[in-house]
Design a protein around this ligand. Structure first.
Ligand code: KG4
Ligand code: ZN
Length: 335
């Protein structure tokens, strides 16, 4: 059973092919990073137009990579939310066209769920229940994935998403967009204890987070140094900022896992590619006896394989959609 997954929710035109739910056959990404870089962020109209140009070539490259043809595909899965409205529309329209032409089922996939479910391509079927930290450019949530596969939100950021904080600080210190990977790299040469940046809400007993104060504190410190004629060590700033952000997530996620009696933790989404986040969770989970599941880096950031995997799960449950499938830019975790 081959499922082709299409992802166009943000700035990657991506197509994955998954066989029998757990085997990755192709994962092709046409990145738009260079198109958006001059603007310092994703421009929705530019993204939608680029998806349109890249959609068919990416589908055909994925088919070639998997050494199959369209006629071998048993179902078409597509991210229909959350994401940028115009960008989602391109993927959903392409998926509908393919499903109709090939007379195969169409499956709408929730991007956030797909970030978590992609792990099954590396670990096999996820054992439920588990706790997931979904950290991306647009979302930062701590969720419980229940026995029946449903999600219960336990906490979320009340302001910036973690990836957004990475991208904004990167931009402020002159690093290219998207800034997360650049901060990650720069921080490796820095001292994480050089600055003591705030860890908001860590003692409030909730599993919510806030990163906007952290962002302001970093900016204020850089301006203070500038005014005092001090040349900031940007590697130290990056490392200390990253440490504060990772520390908040570590504390919140582990507190949630303990309170919920969950023994498995999945890190999901683009920020789960962060080397410090991965290292801190690996060490902490080892010490405390939690099973940690972290996708390999290409499966953390947006990709088509995650959509194919989540679509294959829905198909196995008999869930498919008709051609009236709508895009849902504001789709939540429970859709
Ligand atoms: O999941 P994703 O690819 O797209 C969304 O669904 O938003 O996440 C993108 C986010 C961006 O903010 C990017 O800067 C961040 O993930 N990111 C990282 C790293 N790699 C990607 N943040 C920190 N460290 C990284 N290594
Ligand atoms: Zn994503």
């Amino acid at each position: 059973m081959l499922v082709l997954g299409i992802e166009t929710s943000c700035d990657e035109t991506a197509v994955g092919i998954v066989e029998d739910r757990f085997t990755l056959r192709a994962n092709i990404i046409a990145s738009q990073v260079e198109l958006h870089a001059p603007f310092g962020g994703v421009v929705p109209e530019v993204a939608a137009r680029a998806h349109l140009a890249q959609m068919l070539p990416t589908i055909y490259t994925a088919l070639d990579t998997a050494k199959v043809t369209l006629d071998d595909i048993d179902a078409i899965a597509v991210t229909n939310g959350p994401g940028l409205a115009g960008a989602l529309l391109v993927g959903v329209a392409a998926a509908k066209g393919l499903a109709l032409a090939q007379d195969v089922p169409l499956i709408g996939v929730n991007h956030l769920r797909a970030h978590v479910e992609v792990s099954q391509l590396e670990t096999g079927a996820l054992e439920l229940p588990l706790l997931a930290l979904i950290v991306s450019g647009g979302h930062t949530s701590i969720v419980r994935m229940n026995d029946d596969g449903s999600f219960t939100a336990l906490g979320a950021t009340i302001d910036d998403a973690a990836g957004e904080a990475f991208d904004k600080i990167a931009r402020f210190i002159g690093l290219p967009f998207p800034g997360g990977p650049h901060i990650d790299r720069l921080a490796r040469d820095g001292n994480k204890d050089a600055f003591s940046f705030p860890r908001a809400m860590v003692h409030d007993g909730s599993y919510n987070m806030s990163f906007s104060g952290l962002k302001t504190a970093v900016v204020r410190e850089l301006r203070r140094m500038q005014a005092a004629g001090i040349e900031p060590n940007l590697a130290d700033v990056a490392a200390s900022f990253q440490e504060a952000l990772v520390d908040v997530q570590r504390r919140k996620v582990l507190a949630a896992a303990k309170a919920e009696g969950l023994e498995q933790i999945v890190l999901a989404g683009g920020v789960a590619a962060n080397s410090r986040l991965r290292a801190v969770f690996a060490a902490e989970c080892e010490t405390l006896g939690f099973r940690l599941i972290v996708p390999s880096i290409p499966l953390c950031t947006d990709n088509g394989a995650m959509v194919a995997a989540a679509g294959a799960n829905l198909l196995a449950q008999g869930v498919t959609h008709d051609l009236s499938l709508a895009t849902a830019p504001g789709m939540g975790l429970d859709a």
